[in-house]
Design a protein around this ligand. Structure first.
Ligand code: NAD
Length: 279
């Protein structure tokens, strides 16, 4: 196993810090997940983003144990899904996820979606705060929260989430929400950082890639790193897993960053967080 790649970390609350780059395993079938994560570990990844809803937590845990490395070398995130909102359900859901992962704690536990129509995310957040105090999650945060949802949990519990994991890529740059995060001291995590591949044919990105002798995916991932967001692209192929982590040997110029900034068109590839309710 190798780890010659020096991945930057971002501080979260307390003494916890998160590797700024990792592997996402959304839509990786369970029977392929162990091998997928092991390939990533071999390429130098030490951060994995899973969720109860991805149905592959057990295989993520297996890969980490099979790597032969210490658990403490890894940063593992999982998430509480929409059917587990509420104090008791969320408390149970974390214990179930830990059972699947066969771990004593996760590094980060997230509320996957706010599901405002259920109006239970404050209660869920209270359970998260207590789970962190009990040592079951080193840090706790949210995903797909809009500014009003963030303000409400902070106002009602006095505890600010360490991160908000949101859809973020060159076609959906989320300037307003990112400003809100900066005001509240919340770290931004980017999901679908490549817009599931949609941005990779963009002529501006292709031209920047050619100028650096890099691929379009590497340029987009590098842009995320330079924005300061935490990023974990998904890939099922070994070549792309290696390609995606190979972004720490070049920098984008201010002009190139401005060209990418100009690509924003407020385009979501995933659901609207105010409306997504899938149980
Ligand atoms: P992504 O933007 O990472 O795109 C993944 C797709 O891009 C792959 O299926 C592959 O087809 C393509 N790809 C990857 N590397 C490539 C490369 N080097 N060259 C060409 N194509 C490449 O999208 P994603 O998987 O939706 O998001 C990443 C992670 O974010 C997920 O795995 C998951 O962990 C997380 N996520 C979270 C939420 C949430 O609601 N919190 C939602 C979606 C995803």
């Amino acid at each position: 196993m190798t780890s010659s790649i020096d991945i930057p970390t971002v501080p979260l609350a307390g003494d916890v810090s998160i590797p700024q780059f990792g592997l996402g395993v959304f839509q990786v079938p369970p029977e392929e997940t162990t091998e997928n994560v092991l390939h990533a570990i071999e390429a130098g990844y030490r951060h994995v983003d899973t969720a109860k809803a991805y149905e592959n937590e057990a295989q993520v845990g297996q890969a980490i144990r099979a790597s032969g490395l210490e658990r403490s070398e890894f940063f593992v995130t999982t998430k509480c899904f929409n059917d587990d909102h509420g104090y008791d359900s969320a408390t149970r859901a974390l214990k179930t996820s830990l059972g699947q992962l066969e771990m004593e704690h996760v590094d980060l536990y997230l509320i996957h979606w706010p599901v405002p129509s259920q109006d239970r995310y404050v209660e869920t957040w209270q359970a998260f705060v207590e789970a962190q105090q009990a040592g079951l999650a080193r840090a706790v945060g949210v995903s797909n929260f809009q500014p009003a949802h963030l303000r409400r949990i902070v106002d009602e519990t006095g505890v600010t989430p360490a991160v908000n994991q949101i859809e973020l890529h060159p076609y959906l740059q989320q300037q307003g929400l990112r400003r809100e995060h900066a005001d509240l001291g919340i770290v931004t995590e980017a999901w679908s950082p490549l817009a599931q591949g949609l941005v990779l044919d963009d002529p501006a990105i292709v031209a920047i890639a050619a100028a650096h002798g890099k691929t379009a995916a590497q340029v987009v991932l590098r842009w995320h790193i330079e924005l300061g967001t935490v990023v974990f692209p998904k890939s099922a192929t070994v070549g792309r897993i290696q390609e995606n982590i190979d972004i720490f040997d070049f920098e984008l110029s201010a002009e190139e960053l401005a060209e990418i900034e100009a690509l924003d068109r407020g385009e979501r590839t995933g659901p609207d967080p105010d409306e997504f309710t899938r149980p």
